[in-house]
Ligand binder design. Structure first.
Ligand SMILES: [Cu+2]
Length: 583
């Protein structure tokens, strides 16, 4: 079985190379050094990034912003304002977690440790307001979870002491003080928490992956920057209701970034750290912007590796979700350019109810030929036909854009990262057919607990309720396996639903919009990005997502966690409830 899968993957790549089919467009590139006329390979021509993406992507390294910190001994995270360039030559004020380690200064470090390892960390709050750190995705007790109840004042500290039993995955950490999470995350606070185990290390070895070199975290933040390169955060009432959106997507705090690659397999660990913007991520060849999307392999989600690689072309990633993907550039040519983009979608596709929707063929009849150009200009054409439904969306979004200056509405296409293939590399590794074993939680959706996402008098609520520190409206028994139907109202918005302290499994999507159904990989309506273990799930208007959670834990006494929408403006306005796990 393993061999057969390897053959299929290798075969597909070889066929694509021969036929020019899947991706590797065949435009002649005069600067390509692929066919040297002299015995010595000429030096690669001077590299000039294109004007649209002029800045080298910041990647995690030994120090500075996103420097890698291997967690061994106790350390202090100082949350404070720092001077940091976002736009080159324009130092900006950013909030960051500063860690001093072995003479190095790290900001928002990538914390890395082995599964089963211990964290002994002190938060020093150097802000002029309360704060607390939430370890997003980690299975810890309430004292260490970063519940807003434990937020500390400026100048105060909070001690964290916990083991990390989680399997290998890309988790993250960010502030969680009530009413202030959106602002503090937006202004810079947050970082990745990479857990490794034997399975993960075996994968790194088999694919020759190295964090920060060929295993690249991509943290997506949509942000508004002023002419001085400073972050702008001034939410209006409308922004508070919808979520605060940026005008451009920064990657690892790099605006308009490019990444130089060689002809091999790259891993991208993508975190959507945006306050409110969901993305529909895809790769396409730069010269064929209107052409087909490139396949890539999804290998993991929020809670780590899935069972086996899934070849996909598009994936929704809502705020706080992570995806782990492989991009195979073995058949690319030096000089090729690939773009990572968010392609067009309709965040409100289902708002009139799923019954009237999911009929792309009928919608298609309305499409006018001239719409196609506008669609292609958005770089959003898929290989699933002309996608005329998307054309109308693009037009609708364009109208909205006019109203809202330079802030693209959710679902408007945005280019994110340019990847330039710069070097030939001999690379003969094969992607393993089996990545992990996911043991399904024994449960079905027959008698679920209902979690209803809706608004009351235009304020977002869960089960009609808002957040009170002292109230615990959701109580479950320790050790219980619960099944929840997370149902979003039709007249709603996409809500990324997050549970603290426990990874869950998605059992079924019901009443999904067509754009979600199209990505299904099984008869339960799950996309590849829904497989395996999750801590956050995107729920569309009119949709119900059935999830299973095992509330087993090793901690003493009652534990109080939370459930909330990870649109940070929704969370801050109270779309959040305490979740008590009763001993
Ligand atoms: Cu929400």
């Amino acid at each position: 079985m393993a061999n057969r899968r390897n053959v299929l993957i290798a075969g597909a790549a070889a066929a694509a190379g021969a036929a020019g089919g899947y991706a590797w467009w065949r435009t002649q590139n005069p600067t390509s050094p692929a066919a040297p006329v002299t015995p010595t390979t000429p030096p690669a021509p001077a590299f000039k990034p294109d004007a649209a993406f002029p800045n080298a992507l910041r990647v995690p390294g030994a120090d500075g912003l996103y420097g890698i910190h291997d967690v061994t001994d106790a350390f202090t995270l100082a949350a404070k304002p720092v001077r940091q360039e976002i736009v080159a030559g324009k130092p900006a004020t950013l909030l960051a977690y500063e860690v001093e380690s072995q003479g190095k200064r790290l900001l928002n470090p990538v914390l890395r440790l082995r599964s089963g390892g211990k964290v002994n960390a002190k938060l020093w709050n150097g802000l002029e307001e309360t704060s607390i750190i939430h370890w997003h995705g980690l299975h810890v007790d309430s004292n260490n979870d970063g519940h807003p109840h434990y937020a500390v004042a400026g100048g105060a500290t909070y001690e964290y002491n916990f083991p990390v039993p989680n399997r290998a995955a890309t988790y993250w950490y960010h502030p969680h003080p009530h009413h202030l999470t959106g602002k503090q995350v937006y202004l810079g606070l947050g970082g990745l928490f990479v857990v490794e185990d034997d399975e993960e290390l075996a994968l790194q070895k088999s694919l020759d992956l190295k964090l920060g070199v060929t295993d690249i975290p991509l943290v997506l933040h949509d942000r508004r920057l002023d002419a001085q390169g400073q972050l702008v955060f001034n939410p209006t009432d409308e922004d508070k209701a919808d979520g605060f959106l940026g005008s451009q997507v920064l990657v690892n705090w790099t605006p308009k970034p490019y990444f130089e690659a060689s002809t091999r397999v790259y891993r991208f660990r993508i975190l959507n750290a945006s306050n409110a913007r969901p993305y529909k991520l895809a790769f396409y060849a730069n010269e064929q912007r209107s052409g087909q999307l490139l396949p890539f392999q999804l290998i993991g989600n929020d809670g780590g590796l899935i069972d086996s690689p899934r070849t996909i072309k598009e994936v929704f990633v809502s705020p706080a979700e992570r995806i782990d993907v492989l991009l195979d550039l073995r058949n690319a040519k030096v000089g090729d350019a690939i773009t990572l983009a968010s392609v067009t979608f309709d965040p409100m596709e289902n708002e009139d109810g799923p019954e009237d929707k999911n009929k792309p063929a009928e919608k298609g009849k309305d499409a006018k030929p001239e719409d196609k150009g506008a669609h292609e200009a958005h770089g959003a054409k898929t290989d699933k036909g002309a996608a005329p439904a998307d054309v109308k969306v693009a037009e609708k979004e364009k109208d909205k854009e006019k109203d809202k200056s330079d802030i693209p509405e959710p679902g408007v296409a945005m280019e994110i990262l340019r990847i330039h293939v710069r070097r030939k590399e001999a690379y003969d590794r094969a992607v393993p057919a089996t990545l992990s074993r996911i043991v399904p939680i024994a449960a079905n959706c027959s008698s679920p607990r209902l979690i209803h996402l809706d608004h009351v008098k235009m304020v977002w609520r869960i089960n009609g309720q808002t957040y009170y520190d002292e109230k615990t409206p959701i109580t479950v028994k320790r050790g219980a396996t619960e099944v929840w139907n997370v149902r979003n109202a039709e007249a709603s918005m996409p809500h990324p639903f997050h549970i603290h302290g426990f990874q869950f499994q998605i059992l079924e999507r019901k009443g999904s919009p067509a754009q979600q159904k199209t990505l299904s990989v099984n008869d339960k309506g799950l996309a590849a990005s829904d497989l395996g273990w999750k801590d956050t799930v995107l729920v569309w208007p009119g949709e119900t997502v059935c999830i299973a959670i095992d509330f087993t834990h090793p901690f003493k006494g009652d534990q109080v966690y939370m459930i909330h929408c990870h649109n940070l403006e929704h969370e801050d306005q109270g779309m959040m409830l305490n979740l008590k796990v009763q001993a």
